[in-house]
Every structure is written in structure tokens, then in C-alpha cells.
Design a protein around this ligand. Structure first.
Ligand code: ZN
Length: 491
């Protein structure tokens, strides 16, 4: 066997084990009996040490040194590029630092949850300081003299830089703040005001998943407290949730996760259980979930179809016609919480987290000053004062578990979705007519053909650029938001 074949056989087994570990995580959130937690923690810990040992196995270095890249095709070279990258990152971080990070962050989540329940930031501050210090150490090991934040960001969005995102976000912020102010001055329709049977919600969400091309022969839908998708290749599962008074929570969580899952399901089967066989970055992944959920799922055309489906399922629910329904689905309202934010507010939440976490990692902002910095920025962009820490700096789990550099990929995903949607509109002129009939296939086929099938083959930026025909930029997202909400609210 050539060095390449030996390396790929070893890699394939590692990818298979990683899928098993992922399925344990899926099970924990959906099926696992409550009393099994302690055992599951050990099971997952054991899987993690097996995976860590394989990912840092010295033989990978030997195989990589022995591979003759000139003899490989494009796929082979892409595999080697990704294995080389992951091996370098895994071996640069000292084992005791990795273990310490795992220990501290697993405890930190509990400390954060208790501090949030008690509205007591001071109780969380020492733990957050410890997490930041360890992540900075890790970044120093990874960056080799480069920018620390960029080294962390690279885990989630390979090739992106803090400076490039700063410029993109600086262009987004003033137009979003202005749009928000215009929209909130207009008349906002009331939300739905009745209960919707939760079993019927699940049945309709399954229909929606199928309408968006989700493959139930290679997936399944279950309920979870926080919806997620899990797995890649032939077994890609999603979860959703129901809320009696808010069926949109169920429907749009489902469509969002179907976007993530379709990306994984539609990667070229030749890449199964190889480094190319899963989504290329968090930002590109989020572009798929967002374009399914927002640009397609919350469009005037598709909500017209959904209105009919909801009338069939629930009878008269107090919304007179498709036009009113479109407004209710896209209701804009001020709020403190990122995960409940509408399309107009969402990116403003991310922009402030990006600036704050970058300052924390750079050492320009101390943990003691974080709540004040948060509250000042929130009031500047959202026009309201934060009333309590659970509505402010303590609302997200991310920083407690060490996720620094992750937040910006949410907005990057929205920016990418804006670019893809503009390109899709040109490629499929009758898109709205088809969406109005509940037929998303021209859109999902275009995304599969131009983006999803490639998996990890192209680097994230190229993945978007080749699909859209131009480098990603914030312009199309801003144009889309201003046109959509300007039209909806007559502003
Ligand atoms: Zn998502």
C-alpha cells in the first residue's frame, strides 16, 4: 500500500469513530434516560481520548512526509491539505493544556448556568478569566507569533481573519441600526394568539422538512430542548422543538436544521468518511441553514404556501390572508435575547459579541469591565438598557465553554446566504412561482449542484465564491434586508 492509501485507511477509521462519538451526543439530547448521565460522561470521555490519540498519532506525520502529492488528483490533494492542517493544529497544543481546557470548560458551563439563574456575573467572572487565560495559551501555541484571535477563529472558519471581519461588520452595522430604527417606528402586527396542537405541529414540520428535500431514508426527526443537526453522510439526523403558542418556533427550527442536514446529505458520496465528507466551515454551514430558513422559508412566496398548510391543519387561527400572514411570520420586535432575534436584529447581536470577545482575547478588555462594555454597546445599537445579566452578558453559553471565534460565523453565514440568494435569483427566474406552490426543488438543486456536493473540497471562501461567481461581501444581505423589511413595513 502507498503512504497515501495507508493514511486514508487510518483516517477513515478515525472519521467512523468520530461519527460514533457524535451519535452518542445525539442520543444524550434525545433518547438517553435521565439517570444515565454519569455513565455517558465517561463513555464520551473515553471516545474523546481515543480520538485525540488517533488525531495526534505520530504515524500521521510519517505518512504525510512520505506522500507524493504530485501523483495525486485534486481530491487526493484536498484530503492531504485537510489532514495536514488538522494534524498541525492537534499536535501544536500540548497535551496537558488540552486536558486542562477540557476540565475547566466542562465545569465552567455549570458555573455559568448557576450565575445566570442567580443574576450574579461576579460569581462567573473568575471562571471566565480562567477560560480566557487557557484559550489565550492555546492560541499562542497555534498562532506561532500571529494574531491570537485569528488562530481561534481558524478552528471554525479556516482562512478568515479578524481584520477582514471587522471591515465587513463595520459596513453592516450602520445600515442595520438605521433599518431597525425605521422598522420599529412603523406599525407592527400582533403575534399569533392561541394554542396550536403540538402533535399537529410535528406532523406539519415533517411535511416542511420533506418539502425542503430532507432525506428521511438517511435521517430522522426527533425533539430536543435546543434544536441541532448531527452526523454526516448516510446518517444525518435533525431535532426540533414545539411551543404551544408559537408554532413558527417549530417550523423554522425544522427548516433551519434541514438546511444544515441537507448540506451533509448532499456531499458527493465518494467523500464518505474522508476529510472532504462534511461541511467545510461553520460559516458555510450556517449559510445553508439560513438561506433555507430565511431567504426561502420566510419569503412572501413560501409563506403563502405555509399559510394554506396551516389553515388546513389548524383551521382559522386569526390571520385573515396571506399578506397578513407574511407580516406575522416576519414580525420585528426589540428584545434582549440573540436566539429570539428576527432577521433585522440578529446580526447586531453578533457584531457586538465579535467586538467584545476580540477585545477580551487581545487583552484590551478585562472580565471585570465586560458587563459595562456589553450594556453600553447594547444601548447604543438597540436603544434600550439591559435590565439584568440573564438578558445581557450571561445569556449565551458560548464563552463559558471556551467558544471564542465562533460567534462571527453566524453573521458570516447570513452574509454568505445573502450572496447565494442573489445568485440563485439570477439562475432560477421563476423561483417565487415555484416556492408559492411549496416547491423548493429549483433552489435546493441549485445549492446542491453549486455548493453542497463539494463538502470540504474547496476552502470556505472559494466554496462561496465559486457558487456565486464573486467574492463574498455584505452588500447582497443588506440589499435583501432593506428591500424585504422596507416593503413589509412601508419604510
Ligand atoms: Zn445553525
Amino acid at each position: 500500500m502507498s503512504a497515501y492509501d495507508e493514511l486514508m485507511a487510518f483516517q477513515r477509521e478515525t472519521e467512523a469513530l468520530a461519527q460514533v462519538a457524535g451519535r452518542l451526543g445525539w442520543d444524550q439530547e434525545t433518547m438517553m434516560p435521565r439517570g444515565a448521565v454519569d455513565q455517558r460522561v465517561e463513555e464520551m470521555g473515553a471516545m474523546e481520548s481515543v480520538l485525540h490519540a488517533r488525531r495526534t498519532d505520530a504515524r500521521i506525520g510519517d505518512w504525510l512526509a512520505a506522500v507524493d502529492e504530485r501523483a495525486l488528483d485534486e481530491t487526493g490533494r484536498a484530503n492531504i491539505r485537510l489532514i495536514r492542517r488538522s494534524f498541525a493544529r492537534n499536535t501544536r497544543v500540548p497535551g496537558d493544556l488540552a486536558a486542562e481546557l477540557a476540565r475547566v470548560t466542562s465545569r465552567a458551563q455549570g458555573v455559568w448556568a448557576a450565575a445566570r439563574a442567580d443574576e450574579d456575573f461576579a460569581a462567573f467572572a473568575p471562571t471566565l478569566e480562567k477560560v480566557i487565560a487557557l484559550r489565550r495559551q492555546e492560541a499562542e501555541a497555534l498562532a506561532e507569533g500571529g494574531d491570537l484571535y485569528d488562530a481561534l477563529l481558524d478552528d471554525y472558519e479556516p482562512g478568515a481573519s479578524g481584520a477582514e471581519l471587522e471591515a465587513m461588520f463595520a459596513a453592516l452595522r450602520p445600515r442595520l441600526v438605521a433599518l431597525r430604527a425605521r422598522v420599529l417606528a412603523a406599525d407592527i402586527p400582533p403575534p399569533l394568539d392561541q394554542e396550536f396542537d403540538e402533535a399537529v405541529q410535528m406532523a406539519l414540520s415533517r411535511e416542511l422538512a420533506l418539502a425542503f428535500g430532507y432525506d428521511l431514508d438517511h435521517g430522522r426527526i426527533d425533539k430536543a430542548v435546543h434544536p441541532f443537526s448531527s452526523g454526516s453522510g448516510l446518517d444525518v439526523r435533525i431535532t426540533t422543538r414545539t411551543s404551544a403558542r408559537d408554532p413558527f418556533n417549530c417550523f423554522y427550527s425544522t427548516i433551519h436544521e434541514v438546511g444544515h442536514a441537507s448540506y451533509e446529505q448532499n456531499i458527493d458520496r465518494a467523500h464518505l468518511l474522508t476529510p472532504l465528507g462534511s461541511g467545510v466551515s461553520m460559516g458555510v454551514h450556517e449559510s445553508q441553514s439560513r438561506i433555507y430558513e430565511n431567504q426561502l422559508g420566510r419569503s412572501r412566496a413560501f409563506t403563502g404556501y405555509l399559510y394554506g398548510k396551516m389553515r388546513d391543519a389548524f383551521g382559522d387561527f386569526g390571520v385573515a390572508n396571506e399578506g397578513e400572514f407574511y407580516k406575522v411570520v416576519n414580525r420585528v420586535q426589540p428584545g434582549y435575547i440573540r436566539t429570539e432575534a428576527d432577521e433585522v436584529h440578529y446580526n447586531l447581536h453578533i457584531l457586538m459579541r465579535f467586538d467584545l470577545e476580540r477585545a477580551l482575547i487581545a487583552g484590551d478588555l478585562g472580565v471585570a469591565d465586560l458587563p459595562g462594555a456589553w450594556n453600553d454597546r447594547f444601548e447604543a445599537d438597540f436603544g434600550v438598557a439591559v435590565d439584568k445579566p440573564s438578558n445581557g452578558v450571561l445569556q449565551d453559553v458560548h464563552w463559558s465553554v471556551g467558544l471564542f471565534g465562533y460567534f462571527p460565523t453566524y453573521t458570516l453565514g447570513n452574509v454568505y446566504a445573502g450572496c447565494l440568494h442573489a445568485a440563485l435569483g439570477k439562475a432560477v427566474p421563476d423561483l417565487d412561482t415555484r416556492l408559492a406552490a411549496g416547491d423548493t426543488s429549483p433552489a435546493t438543486a441549485w445549492l446542491r449542484e453549486n455548493l453542497q456536493q463539494y463538502g470540504g473540497q474547496r476552502v470556505p471562501r472559494d466554496t462561496i465564491e465559486k457558487a456565486c461567481g464573486h467574492a463574498p461581501s455584505e452588500g447582497p444581505l443588506l440589499d435583501y434586508l432593506e428591500a424585504k423589511f422596507g416593503d413589509l413595513y412601508g419604510v
